[in-house]
Design a protein around this ligand. Structure first.
Ligand code: CU
Length: 529
């Protein structure tokens, strides 16, 4: 290597043209590991921006009355918190995991479309800048909720246009990422790696990628119709012009419900890697896990109107969407059963990844049960737009998606950095997170059942106690996340060298495969042998 280097210099070649360093290395990289790292760092940044907005929400709700924000700005806070966490934090984190792990798990040298992979990522920072900068235009950021319901969204200021443009770009990024993942998995598996031998994380991402390809264009259609209603004189969602605002909800939730599975299926995949590793047993019911994941994905397309029970619907429609929704509990139950059966009589240890996986199982299941409660039409009509719903989806998205992201991060950090993370920091992060998570969100069930509406900055006196508890919990949960950053930074900077198989029992492919040498520029694309 040294000799080749000297030789190049002797002939006047600029080595750096082929191997950019510093910032240019990251801008031009086509290596799946670099791009995975970029996705994960982007996600972490957006997680803290979204978290800051959540602090803004909880500060205002600490007491009744209006303390800090105008009601209009409070709506911007809740909307932007949702958009940033969904599209900026959770989804890119899973794509980051996919980039890092899928090639290694199936024995491929890189992603199928290495240059498009670079483009998929680098679309995200401009989209994030557009989205966040909407706070600074006249009228402020989008304030119609993360669901950007018409007719509110068709009538707001220019911040909504920035939001729509940002969503379009992030959607394009997701579609490209998904095409890349599907092609990689279907075409680049090592000899002998049949579909039914793939690690479950790969399976869940294959199914998720199909979901994304199916529904991101639906979201794009919906927000394009909002855009033409706003600027080009169409009346898709304007009743006065013959349109129908409820149609927006149908189109949005045809995207929106599969979207919630896009945010949880890769989490199922991570947990399905972590639990067998720390139980020192193969995953129980592998095939049934694949079929359950597929069933959940298919069912997710026929339940969208459970978000719309109060918009007026024939009883037959209400019954259909109620029962279809409840049906999803069956394959989900199969999964939970399989995870527990995997642990049964295993030689279990509880390092940080396993703690987060167990935390996921326990708390995500609670979110699943409250989901069943929400699915029952007559109950949903009572709790529609209350804090019960907020409690439900935070149990699913924070204790579900986010805890799985934490679990996967600690699980694969030794593989990614070559060093072991600090178990002390990791365990402190886990225990503070799970305690403060419940302090924040459990009281919201009571608030919702008592009738407190969501997305409102003020509330009646009787809701004060639970809101104070929730706000204190949110502060603790947010501060606990600094331990996550500390653990990552410490691990990236050095520490005990990670052995080839740190968990003594995880024998899936990615722990034993030698990684192919990285290629970092457009000049020398990956060579697939
Ligand atoms: Cu739904």
């Amino acid at each position: 290597m040294e000799a080749a280097h000297t030789h190049d210099h002797a002939h006047g070649h600029d080595d750096h043209a082929h191997h950019p360093t510093g910032l240019m290395r990251w801008v031009t990289t086509t290596n799946h590991k670099d791009i995975g790292t970029l996705y994960l760092l982007f996600s972490l940044t957006m997680f803290f921006i979204g978290g800051l907005l959540a602090f803004g929400i909880r500060a205002e709700l600490f007491q009744p009355g209006l303390q800090y924000w105008e009601p209009e700005f409070f709506n911007q806070l809740t909307t932007m918190h949702g958009l940033i966490m969904v599209f900026g934090a959770i989804m890119p984190a899973f794509v980051g995991f996919a980039n890092w792990q899928i090639p290694m798990m199936i024995g491929a040298p890189d992603m199928a479309f290495a240059r498009m992979n670079n483009w998929s990522f680098w679309l995200l920072p401009p989209a994030a800048i557009l989205l966040v900068s909407s706070f600074f235009v006249p009228g402020g950021a989008p304030a119609a909720g993360w669901t950007i319901y018409a007719p509110l969204s068709t009538q707001m200021g220019p911040g909504m246009d920035l939001g729509i443009f940002a969503l379009h770009i992030m959607g394009a990024s997701s579609i490209m990422g998904s095409i890349n993942i599907v092609t990689t998995i279907l075409n680049m598996r090592a000899p002998g790696m049949t579909l039914m031998k793939m690690p479950l994380f790969v399976w869940t991402w294959l199914i998720t990628a199909y979901l994304l390809i199916a529904v991101m264009p639906v979201l794009a259609g919906a927000i394009t119709m909002v855009l033409t209603d706003r600027h080009f004189g169409t009346n898709f969602f304007n009743a006065a012009g013959g349109g129908d605002p409820v149609m927006f909800q149908h189109i949005f939730w045809f995207f929106g419900h599969p979207e919630v599975y896009i945010m949880i299926l890769p989490a199922f995949g991570i947990v399905s890697q972590v639990i067998p590793a720390f139980a020192r047993k193969p995953l129980f019911g592998y095939a049934s896990m694949v079929y359950a994941t597929s069933s959940i994905a298919i069912l997710s397309f026929i339940v969208w109107a459970h978000h719309m029970f109060t918009t007026g619907m024939p009883a037959a429609g209400q019954l259909f969407f109620m029962f279809a929704t409840m049906l999803i509990a069956v394959p989900t139950g199969v999964k939970v059963f399989n995870w527990i059966a995997t642990m049964w009589k295993g030689s279990m240890t509880f390092e940080t990844p396993m703690l987060f996986a167990c935390g996921f199982l326990f708390v995500f299941s609670m979110g699943g049960f409250t989901g069943l409660v929400c699915a029952i039409t007559p109950i949903d009509i009572q709790i529609q737009d209350t804090y019960y719903v907020v409690a439900h989806f935070h149990y699913v998205l924070v204790a579900g998606s986010l805890f799985a992201i934490f679990s996967g991060t600690y699980f694969w950090l030794p593989k990614w950095t070559g060093h072991m993370y600090s178990e002390t920091l990791g365990k402190a992060h886990f225990w503070l997170s799970i305690v403060f998570f419940n302090i924040t969100f459990f009281p919201m069930h009571f608030l919702g059942l008592a009738g407190m509406p969501r997305r409102i900055p003020d509330y009646a006196m009787q809701f004060t106690d639970f809101n104070m508890i929730a706000s204190i919990g949110a502060l603790g949960f947010g501060l606990a996340q600094l331990l996550f950053v500390a653990a990552i930074v410490k691990c990236a900077r050095g520490g005990e060298k990670a052995p080839a198989n740190p968990w003594e029992g995880a024998d899936t492919l990615e722990w034993t495969l030698p990684s192919p040498a990285p290629y970092h520029s457009f000049v020398t694309p990956p060579v697939i042998k």
